[in-house]
Design a protein around this ligand. Structure first.
Ligand code: NDP
Length: 281
């Protein structure tokens, strides 16, 4: 029986940092088998990520299994319950498969990666409560919904008495903005701070249940979201900094940052409930 079979759920796994985390997980987690549940809006993108993950199998000596849960718009509150059920069904199927193949899952990981920047052209006084509500629905409310459902389901599937070795990890892809305010980022900063605190509370509540949580700030990444920031940010001073970083090639490479996250999870030495930045140490 393998002792390193990880179940890994990633939201927004079709592109950007989410796809990079999935690839780094195969290469760096130390798992013998990874069962992915890739969640997002874009079915085609998720399919092609899963195909490329499967190609990493022999190179890294890791078995890759996976399920896609596509057409999941985490901003759509009307469909959130239904989507949570669909995600849970995919997880249950992979768990059942792991029992049948006698390769029981030893670690369950949820990576809350999907996110949006909001309207960075505005300062706080220009925000409407309606856009605030829509922003927080996606970036905080659906995050709480998925995290709570995952936790309840996982603890139910692996009771401590029966599975004393099973570990659970919950990650929020966070930001420097969670711990430091900058102009024009009001909703983004508020959302990331709320997520950090939510996982901080879970860390305390579930300490005795082999559950750890981590808020990981990946650094300013060289990707689509940063391009959106450069296009829309209303604050000139910051814009110059981001433009400069882009031009000088000093934005963070996504794979370098996702590798750091996966190694943190693997080595398991981080303080549960804490906030770790790519630039730390
Ligand atoms: P991208 O904009 O490149 O990707 C965002 C991801 O979230 C995509 O997979 C996107 O899917 C998904 N997503 C967006 N809206 C929804 C929705 N309504 N429902 C479901 N999925 C959705 O950003 P990154 O890859 O950079 O962002 C990943 C995380 O990293 C975010 O939480 C972000 O805040 C954080 N981060 C990013 C930094 C950066 O510099 N880029 C810096 C610090 C933190 P789709 O393809 O369907 O749009």
């Amino acid at each position: 029986m393998s002792s390193h079979h990880h179940l890994v759920i990633i939201t927004g796994a079709n592109r950007g940092f989410g796809a990079s985390v999935a690839h780094s997980y195969v290469a760096n987690s130390g798992a013998d088998t990874v069962s992915f549940v890739l969640v997002g809006r874009n079915q085609q993108g998720l399919d092609s990520v899963l195909t490329s993950l499967r190609k990493l199998t022999s190179e890294n000596n890791v078995a890759v299994k996976g399920a896609i849960v596509g057409d999941v718009d985490l901003a759509d509150m009307e469909r959130l319950d239904n989507n949570l059920v669909r995600i849970q069904a995919a997880v249950t199927e992979l768990r059942n498969e792991s029992i049948q193949s006698k390769n029981v899952i030893s670690k369950s990981v949820l990576i809350n990666n999907a996110g949006s920047i909001g309207d960075l052209s505005k300062t706080a006084k220009e925000m409407t409560w309606q856009e605030t509500r829509a922003y927080l629905d996606f970036n905080v409310v659906s995050f709480v919904g998925l995290t709570s459902a995952f936790l309840k389901d996982t603890l139910g599937a692996y009771p401590k008495e029966q599975y004393p070795g099973h570990k659970t990890a919950i990650v929020s892809i966070s930001s420097l903005l969670a711990v430091q305010p900058f102009s024009n980022w009001s909703l983004y900063a508020a959302g990331k701070a709320a997520r950090d605190r939510f996982l901080g509370v879970i860390a305390l509540e579930e300490k005795a249940n082999n559950v750890k949580t981590l808020n990981y700030a990946p650094g300013p990444l060289n990707n689509d979201m940063q391009a959106d920031v450069r296009r829309t940010l209303g604050d000139k001073e910051q814009l110059e900094i981001y433009d400069g970083m882009h031009k000088s090639g000093s934005l963070v490479n996504m794979d370098d940052s996702s590798r750091k996250l996966v190694l943190l999870l693997k080595n398991d030495e981080y303080t549960t409930g804490g906030h770790i930045d790519f630039y730390d140490e």
